[in-house]
Write a protein that binds this ligand. Structure first.
Ligand code: CUA
Length: 332
C-alpha cells in the first residue's frame, strides 16, 4: 500500500526492526504528550477564562496530582532509557565471530578490504544472514559510514579505528552514504552495499583476491623487519605477539589495556604510548612509513596470530612458532 509512498527506508538488517520499534514508540509517546498538553491548554483557557463579576478561586496544589504527573513520566523515561540502552549496546557490540572488513575513508571515496583479501571501492559485498564487522579509519578528515536500510551509522576518524557491525537480512543493493560533511565532494561520497545469498557471495569471493589480508600483513611484517624484535620465542627486544590479540596487556606504567585493533594500531604508529611491562621504549614509529591499508594488514596479521582455525592463518612467519595455539588448526 505504501509502495509509492515510502515513509521508511528498506528494513534490511537484524537491528533495523529494533531501531524502528523504538523510534515508533518515541513518536507515539511524544504525539500523545503533545495532544494531551494542547488539549489541556485549550480546555483550561476556556474553562478558567476571565469573567465579569467572578472572582478567581486560588488552587493551592494537590499532592496526589503532582505525584501522578511525576511518577508516570518517570516510568516512561525509564522505559525509554532501558530500551534505548539495549538497542544501543546491541548495535555497539560486534559478535565475536563476525566476518571482518577493513574500511579506509578518504576524500571522497570508500576503500574496503575483506579479511580474505578482496578489495572494493564504493561497493561492499556481504552475505545475507552473517555478522559483518567493519573496522574503519580515515586517511584525512572525519567521515561517517551510514547505511539507512541497516539503521547503522558510525563516524570514521583519522588516527584511530571505529567499529560498526550489522547482519543483513534481505538480499539486495542498499545505499551507503557519507554522513559527515567532509569537503566539496561530500555528497558524492556514496556507494552500494550489495547483499547476496551465501552461494552467490561465495562465487563472488572466489574471484579477485590477492590472498588473505593477514598474509599481506605477514609479508609487510617481514619486510619491515618487525620479526627481528618481536620473536615468538620471547627472546626479542619486543614482546612476543603470539596470542596477544584480544588479551589484557600489562604495561610498564602499571596500566592494563586490552590488545584490540586500536592498541595494535597505536603500537605501530606511536610505539612509546603504551610500552609493555618489562620492555624498553626502543621501537621506532612507523608513522608515515606505512599506509592505512598496510596498517590494516598488519593489524589483521597480529590478530591472526591469536586465531587458530578458519579465518586464522598459520603462524610460520615467526621463528619457533610450534608453541602457537594449535587446536583446530586443520581447518582452512
Ligand atoms: Cu566523507 Cu562526507
Amino acid at each position: 500500500m505504501f509502495d509509492n509512498f515510502p515513509l521508511w527506508p528498506a528494513r534490511a538488517s537484524s537491528t533495523a526492526g529494533n531501531v524502528d520499534a523504538l523510534f515508533i514508540f518515541l513518536l507515539i509517546v511524544s504525539g500523545m504528550m503533545t495532544l494531551l498538553i494542547f488539549t489541556a491548554v485549550v480546555y483550561f483557557a476556556a474553562r478558567y477564562r476571565h469573567r465579569k463579576g467572578v472572582l478567581a478561586e486560588q488552587i493551592e496544589g494537590s499532592t496526589p496530582l503532582e505525584l501522578t504527573w511525576s511518577i508516570i513520566p518517570f516510568g516512561v523515561f525509564l522505559v525509554i532509557f532501558a530500551w534505548g540502552a539495549i538497542v544501543y549496546f546491541n548495535g555497539r557490540t560486534p559478535p565475536r565471530d563476525a566476518t571482518e572488513v577493513y574500511v579506509v575513508a578518504k576524500q571522497w571515496m570508500w576503500k574496503l578490504e575483506h579479511a580474505e583479501g578482496q578489495r572494493e571501492i564504493n561497493e561492499l559485498h556481504v552475505p545475507v544472514g552473517r555478522d559483518v564487522k567493519l573496522i574503519m579509519t580515515s586517511q584525512d578528515v572525519i567521515h561517517s559510514f551510514f547505511v539507512p536500510a541497516f539503521r547503522v551509522k558510525q563516524d570514521v576518524l583519522p588516527g584511530r579505528y571505529t567499529v560498526l557491525w550489522f547482519r543483513a537480512t534481505k538480499p539486495g543493493t542498499y545505499h551507503l552514504f557519507c554522513a559527515e560533511y567532509c569537503g566539496t565532494q561530500h555528497s558524492g561520497m556514496i556507494g552500494d552495499i550489495v547483499v547476496q545469498e551465501p552461494a552467490q557471495y561465495e562465487a563472488w569471493m572466489s574471484g579477485g583476491s590477492t590472498g588473505p589480508l593477514s598474509a599481506s600483513g605477514e609479508k609487510i611484517f617481514a619486510e619491515l623487519g618487525c620479526a627481528t624484535c618481536h620473536r615468538s620465542d620471547s627472546q626479542g627486544r619486543g614482546p612476543n605477539l603470539l596470542g596477544v590479540f584480544g588479551k589484557p596487556v600489562q604495561l610498564e606504567d602499571g596500566r592494563i589495556v586490552t590488545a584490540d585493533e586500536n592498541y595494535v594500531r597505536e603500537s605501530i604508529l606511536d610505539p612509546g604510548a603504551k610500552v609493555v611491562k618489562g620492555f624498553k621504549p626502543v621501537m621506532p614509529t612507523f608513522q608515515g612509513l606505512v599506509s592505512e591499508e598496510q596498517v590494516n594488514a598488519l593489524v589483521a596479521y597480529v590478530k591472526s596470530l591469536s586465531q587458530p582455525g578458519p579465518g586464522g592463518v598459520k603462524t610460520a612467519a615467526l621463528p619457533a612458532s610450534d608453541s602457537a595455539p594449535a587446536k583446530g588448526n586443520q581447518v582452512q
